[in-house]
Design a protein around this ligand. Structure first.
Ligand SMILES: Cc1ncc(COP(=O)(O)O)c(C=O)c1O
Length: 390
């Protein structure tokens, strides 16, 4: 293990909570701990805090506060979007990309049991949805399209506006999983041709366990969780006032950063420097789209000098030995490296699909960390390649 302090470079998995987020949550838990549905004064304080958080989040995301449904995170938001909308419609066809997060895939798969047809859209080598195929399938019985905005493994950003316009033209509902996108670019739900948008707090230094589904007014939706009728009858269960305050604070912090950098994520130039340095190493190539990518995200495929793809999981372990916390895209089942479903959908072979490496940056890294990063990571990767090649 290295003597240097470890660096967390896995913000796309989750991110360390910002100090202001922890403070906002502690304050809410101290002052507004009551059930926001209670009618007494304690409850009213909690309800007021919850509604203030809802308003703050809606302001940043450019939606009406009545369009925001709090839930437990991105997984639940995607389930509510897909299954909640489907429950309100007659069976039809759902189109989704072949590079969705497993949460969306799982929700879509369970629609099959409800007599929906589920069709997976192909992507190109860069992970971009083939729009001509999507367009050709926007005919009855297609009722819903779900496409991830910023892909979590390879960072590819999909042309959400173009897809949404096509859906609008054909009267098809459109859901996007914006979990990796919020906080990294300015976003106004009211101006997007999107009916349902899923997001979560923990990728932007907010708390784990809270997210939201934005539901355009008039879009039919049945609740998945029933009981107390919270969230306008769309998601039952006592809301977490403290998590909502943490989410609102995290989102405002990211909006302030975007404002200070004329709408750009300040991590982008840092990521670009790092990318340049790493791609100069022999055997290192980029995966995902070179120009349409999440600004804080870098995804690579690493090969030995003889061209053999190196297991991403083994690289992650090697890099951690050198104090660098990164991620691989592949899943491990019963000890066998299965390779990334996303990379396979993009046309990579089995060995390459197990060779994905993801590095994702964020504001918890200070200037000193960030300026050292290209040197530290290239040296660490060189050592990791050397040790895994023997
Ligand atoms: C693109 C994407 N969608 C959905 C999710 C699930 O979000 P959560 O962990 O908040 O349930 C994640 C988190 O890994 C993600 O990256």
């Amino acid at each position: 293990m290295t003597s240097q302090a470890p660096l967390y470079l896995d913000g796309a998995a989750t991110s360390p909570p910002a100090e202001a987020v922890l403070e906002a949550m502690a304050a809410a838990d101290r002052l507004a701990w009551a059930n926001p549905s209670s009618l007494h004064g304690f409850g009213l304080v909690a309800a007021e805090s919850l509604e203030r958080s809802r308003q703050r989040i809606s302001t940043v995301l450019g939606c009406g506060s009545e369009e925001l449904v709090f839930c437990s995170g991105g997984t639940e938001a995607a389930h509510l979007a897909i299954l909640g909308l489907a429950a309100a419609l007659p069976p039809g066809r759902l189109l989704l990309s072949s590079v969705e997060h497993p949460a969306v895939e799982a929700a879509a798969a369970s629609l099959r049991n409800l007599h929906w047809e589920v069709v997976t859209l192909p992507v190109d080598r860069f992970g971009r949805v083939r729009l001509e195929v999507l367009e050709s399938l926007l005919v009855p019985p297609t009722r819903l399209v779900s496409v991830i905005w910023g892909q979590n493994e390879v960072g590819t950003v999909q042309p959400i506006e173009a897809i949404g316009r096509l859906c609008r033209r054909e009267d098809v509902f459109f859901h996007t999983d914006a979990v990796q996108m919020i906080g990294h670019r300015p976003l106004r739900f009211s101006e997007l041709p999107v009916d349902l948008l899923s997001c979560t707090a923990h990728k932007i230094q907010g708390p784990r366990g809270i997210g939201a589904l934005l539901v355009r007014q008039g879009v039919p939706l049945k609740p998945l969780l029933m009981g107390g009728g919270q969230e306008g009858g769309r998601r039952a269960g006592t809301e977490s006032v403290a998590l909502a305050a943490g989410f609102a604070t995290a989102l405002e912090l990211s909006a302030q950063r975007l404002d200070q950098h004329r709408g750009h994520d300040p991590m982008r130039p840092r990521r670009d420097d790092l990318q340049q340095a790493l791609l100069d190493l022999p055997g290192v190539t980029l995966s995902g789209c070179p120009d349409q990518r999440l600004p804080h995200h870098l995804s690579l495929i690493v090969r030995t000098s003889s061209g053999q793809p190196l297991s991403g999981r083994r690289l992650v372990s090697e890099l951690w030995r050198q104090g660098l916390a990164v991620s691989s895209g592949s899943a491990c089942s019963a000890g066998r490296d299965q390779g990334s479903r996303v990379l396979r959908a993009m046309g990579y072979g089995e060995a390459e699909a197990a060779a994905g490496l993801r590095i994702s940056l964020g504001p918890w890294l200070d200037d000193h960390n960030l300026s050292q990063l290209p040197h530290r990571l290239t040296e660490a990767l060189k050592r990791a390649i050397a040790s895994l090649s023997t």
